[in-house]
Design a protein around this ligand. Sequence first.
Ligand SMILES: Nc1ncnc2c1ncn2[C@@H]1O[C@H](COP(=O)(O)OP(=O)(O)OP(=O)(O)O)[C@@H](O)[C@H]1O
Ligand SMILES: [Mg+2]
Length: 418
Amino acid sequence: MNETKILTGTELLEKIKDNPGLTQRQLCQASRMTQISLIPLVSELEREGYIRRESGRILPTGKEPTEVAEPAAVEKKASKVKDASKTKEEAKPVDEPPIARAPPSSGKSRVGYITNRDYDWTDFMVDGIPDYISQKDELEQLVKFHGQGINVIVTGHRGCGKTLLAQSLAKRVNAPLFTLRGHFGVDPVDLLGRPAFVPDTGTFWVDGIITKALICSLERKCVMLIDEINRMRVEVQSVFMSLLDDRCEVGLDANGGETIRGNPDNLIFIATVNEGAEYKGTEALDEALNSRFSVALELDYLGMEFPDKEAEIIVSRTGINISLAKLMVEAANHLRKMSNDTESEIELGVPTRSLISWGKTTMALAEISDKPFRQGAILSLVQGLYRGISNPIVTVLDPIDQIIDDDAFEELAKAAIK
Ligand SMILES: Nc1ncnc2c1ncn2[C@@H]1O[C@H](COP(=O)(O)OP(=O)(O)OP(=O)(O)O)[C@@H](O)[C@H]1O
Ligand SMILES: [Mg+2]
């Protein structure tokens, strides 16, 4: 077992002086710190002017220690700060480290571009998303993985809640969310940044989404979502190599080779993928990139194992009757099982998203259709989701009709109007 050593502020300062250019993460590892968070101590030294940060590195300022706070004192101060801001920040988790402002990096870059990095991170806070219903304890796991240098890849079929899970983590830990939506047209400059010319003013350097996330991580907890990572071209994926290993950095070649290093203690990278030949426009992830995700979470269609939970989502999102919602999940599970059969023409199962759409169309048609539930299924599933297959009426509607007794569902459909 490693012996735990608790550093005082003076000792920490000595370490920084001996190793100028250490990152906070390297310092943590070197000190084998397990009993005290380094962040309050580093913040205190920074606030007192003993150290400064430059692109994620911790450097001594040259100021000599006359009285450098001990950890206990620092912790007391940190809790005082928390107390003072309690009313405003009551919703924040207790273990959130105090915010340490990175030096503002505004002015001219090495190549003369005007740079303004005085960001307002509240612009990136997550709002207005539905509650995530956990399959097992995946959201709790992500909360624990945050800031541990663990990158997570979430796999699963379309519409099974991958994106919502990552968004929900950011909401849960009260952290800004940076989202990169993967598709064929994404360019490395979208990730890193680009110069933008403004007549009469000059050329500005505009940070890309990953650069912003790294800068944010120098100041506070945040979440970087790389959505549908396998839909991006290989040259874009290569940017992730230095980002997702211990370096946690990107190089901005177009900005004079500036290196931006993040603070992994404040950051988690979550990537999502739809895997399999059925998903067009996706590429298998390069093994080197794959190995940078130390944890893979696999999500199934929620209703396969937890039909009642999926029915609850449909009710909460559409207002439909719970009995109808349960029938919908039963029908969907039937089609999901069919999709596992290699003989079946159905290649993909029914996503929760399509069940929500089925519920919404049923409710919308309730007053003008004799059979709103069935018509909803035709519009959302037969003509919507499965329109590509050769005989969707037979293939998709038959199994639904088998589950739904005509008379019984007519009555239920009427009940859904209320
Ligand atoms: N576990 C869940 N809890 C709450 N809502 C869910 C859950 N799973 C899916 N949904 C709902 O289903 C819809 C699809 O979810 P989401 O976009 O997160 O899926 P996805 O796996 O990212 O899909 P895709 O592969 O198409 O990107 C959303 O409306 C979401 O609210
Ligand atoms: Mg998604």
